[in-house]
Ligand binder design. Structure first.
Ligand code: PLP
Length: 383
């Protein structure tokens, strides 16, 4: 039996592992583990899907997605983030952002090249990079409030570097890049022949300022592949709709990966997505307001037990330092689950630079958040 060598060393995601452990408990658990909004998909989107299914929109679509949806996504990105893409030649609909990342990496990576990964990082990238035969190069960002600095970036670029993955806002840290930093990062990249994969899946959940995409910088647009989608903004994780925006010269090749890997995204979900990006452009506003308040509640509670916390700019995660409790992150998370029925994710799930931290998702009902934090704090004080 022959298995791809990179899979022999790939573990199941630590996020899923903790969620699974929580689900196996016989008693109710306050789950602050998974990365999904706590509300259902907006009703008008569900209705659009039902209508599509009932009126026969149940067949293959073009590989790149429904033309009307791609044009609507281009319009959405222009109005929201000032990005200019031609819907028909530069926007591709994918099976969630996960598939967008996979298709983009498979298009640009070749064996032996390097991908820079500011870390702690979303655990979805590394296995896909390795499957391409490429090498993930983790860059520790913990000394700079979990933000890649232009100087540190410059130190890590070599002739082997093919791509930088920039996740803003970040999973697991919630930190985002402001316009000035994005400009300075772009300035460093200008001297090098490399791409950026800009993962903007949390772009609708930036709290205190507008979201900045590195693709909005004219010199970066030709070598940036933007990944986005509806999983987080529209509570649509199960509908599996993401997208890629990239220059036509790159998009035409990514389309081939989409064709041969999935044919097309689900037709019914694409009709739902059309409703989301046309009549549902403000659907994330209420969530953004609520989660900004949850961020503040969570940071205040964690500081009260002595945790160093970088205040998140967006997404719905906080990544506190738990080293002063004297437990590694897996032991901390496991004991908390067993003792207090509160599930969180050990920082080690986000690579070696995540050890010493835990990820808390505050995408839950406010009352549940208060109870879970009260339990966590009371327990931590006994350590
Ligand atoms: N990118 C980041 C940073 C994420 O956190 C996630 C999901 O948690 C994804 C991509 C995947 O999103 P999707 O569910 O649309 O595949």
């Amino acid at each position: 039996m022959i298995i791809h060598p990179s899979l022999l060393h790939t573990q199941m995601s630590g996020i899923r592992m903790m969620a699974q452990r929580a689900a196996e408990k016989k008693h109710p658990v306050y789950a602050l583990t998974l990365g999904l909004p706590h509300i259902p998909t907006p009703e008008h989107i569900v209705r659009a899907a039902r209508d599509a299914a009932q009126t026969g929109h149940t067949v293959y679509t073009p590989n790149a997605g429904l033309p009307a949806l791609r044009e609507a996504i281009a319009d959405y990105m222009h109005k929201k983030y000032g990005l200019h893409y031609d819907g028909l030649s530069e926007v591709l609909v994918t099976h969630g952002a996960t598939h967008a990342i996979d298709a983009a990496l498979r298009t640009i990576l070749t064996p032996g090249c390097d991908v820079l990964l500011p870390s702690p990082a979303y655990p979805g990238y590394e296995p896909l990079i390795r499957l391409c035969g490429a090498r993930p190069i983790a860059i520790d960002t913990s000394a700079s409030d979990f933000r890649l600095t232009p100087d540190v970036l410059a130190q890590h670029i070599t002739p082997h570097t093919r791509c930088l993955i920039l996740t803003s806002p970040s999973n697991p840290c919630g930190t985002a890049y402001d316009q000035d930093t994005v400009r300075r990062i772009a300035h460093v990249l200008a001297d090098h022949d490399m791409m950026v994969l800009s993962d903007e899946i949390y772009s609708e959940l930036v709290y205190d300022r507008a979201h900045t995409s590195i693709a909005s910088i004219p010199e970066m647009r030709p070598r940036t592949i933007v990944v986005n989608g509806l999983s987080k903004s529209h509570a649509m994780t199960g509908w599996r709709i993401g997208w890629i925006a990239a220059p036509a010269s790159i998009a035409q090749h990514i389309t081939k990966v989409i064709q041969y890997s999935i044919t097309c995204a689900c037709s019914i979900s694409q009709h739902a997505a059309y409703a989301a990006v046309t009549t549902g452009t403000d659907d994330a506003l209420a969530l953004r307001t609520l989660y900004a308040a949850h961020r503040d509640i969570t940071c205040t509670a964690l500081r009260s037990i002595g945790c160093d916390v970088v205040r998140p700019d967006g997404a719905f995660y906080v990544f506190p330092n738990i080293r002063h409790f004297g437990l590694d992150s897996m032991t901390f998370a496991t004991q908390l689950l067993d003792a207090q029925h509160v599930a969180i994710v050990p920082g080690s799930a986000f690579g070696p630079h995540g050890e010493g931290y835990v990820r808390i998702s505050y995408a839950c009902a406010t009352a549940d958040l208060h109870e879970a934090l009260a339990r966590l704090c009371a327990w931590a004080r006994t350590l």
